[in-house]
Design a protein around this ligand. Structure first.
Ligand code: R5P
Length: 294
């Protein structure tokens, strides 16, 4: 029997793309809020004996986590043979240490919570920094699929003479991978974060960029302050306006507009989170991992 994909709110488009890749059925999962803010979940498609895949990209994770946990538990109670989670964007990966006394290490706690309800997990470019493997965070088999092949294809197709710029040390893993695939030169800058919206990025050496189109590349664009600080250096140096590429289009508040205003020539993201900037599809990259795990 084919896989049964059940999209949580916001994951309908990626579920349709995955269904086409996997020749899978897309079922119906109803989610709504009671007036008091509690979550209501109903599985409308029978799951007994099925290999069920909950598809839930975790932008706005606190709103989605309870419906996701309820959906997984309900699928189990109703006799699903196997339950997987495809979270193209996996939230809560950045609070990966106790930076100040008393802080929750949210990555591990969220991982433990979600792992209770599922048999496996697949995601795209999770923010693995101080954790080096999803196995340190999730207690079920998990695949971290790289968006790099699709990102490299897009840049090679759309950007003449690119030079890739990673705005901080954490981005080196993505920038080096994508640059090697194009192939294109790359530089990685240094960042100091003083607060949620307060970052300092080291200026690049202009000679490395002359005659090329700068492409900023990062895994997550959240407030966009990391990219805005880097765009500022490039504009001040008088090099071409940069193309900004993010894997995960989190875009908190006015982040997208602010990045455009700062001087980005184009802003492009993968489709792990639905957003008007999506131009890089990931379903074909996720499908083999899902086939293996489901
Ligand atoms: C963290 O270091 C990530 O790789 C990104 O650089 C970060 O999430 C970007 O955040 P923001 O857009 O809020 O500057």
């Amino acid at each position: 029997m084919s896989l049964l994909l059940l999209p949580l709110p916001g994951s309908e488009a990626v579920s349709a793309a995955l269904a086409a890749e996997l020749d899978a059925e897309v079922g119906t999962l109803a989610v709504r809020r009671f007036p008091d803010g509690e979550s209501y979940v109903r599985l409308d498609t029978p799951v007994v004996g099925r290999s069920v895949v909950l598809v839930c990209t975790l932008r706005d994770p606190d709103r989605l986590a309870i419906p996701l946990l309820f959906a997984a538990a309900t699928a189990r109670e109703l006799g699903a043979a196997r339950i997987g989670l495809v979270a193209p964007y996996l939230a809560y990966m950045r609070q990966d240490a106790r930076f100040r006394p008393g802080e929750a290490i949210a990555s591990r706690q969220f991982g433990r919570l979600v792992s209770q309800g599922i048999d496996w997990l697949a995601t795209v470019d999770p923010h693995l920094h101080r954790h080096h493997d999803l196995a340190e965070v999730y207690q079920v088999p998990a695949a971290a699929v790289r968006a790099a092949p699709a990102v490299a294809d897009w840049i090679a197709r759309e950007v003449p003479q690119p030079v890739l710029i990673g705005p901080d040390g954490e981005s080196a893993q993505w920038v080096e991978d994508v640059a090697a695939r194009i192939p294109a030169p790359h530089v990685v800058l240094a960042k100091v974060r003083h607060g949620d919206r307060d970052v300092q990025v080291s200026p690049p050496t202009v000679a490395e960029l002359r005659g090329r189109t700068p492409v900023l590349l990062d895994d997550i664009i959240s407030t966009a302050r990391t990219m805005i600080a880097t765009v500022g250096h490039l504009r001040a140096a008088g090099v071409d306006a940069p193309v900004c590429v993010g894997v995960h289009a989190v875009f908190a508040g006015d982040a997208h507009a602010a990045l455009v205003t700062a001087g980005a020539a184009r802003v492009v993201t993968s489709d792990t989170i639905p957003h008007p900037t999506n131009a890089i599809p990931t379903a074909a990259l996720l499908a083999p991992a899902i086939r293996t795990l489901a």
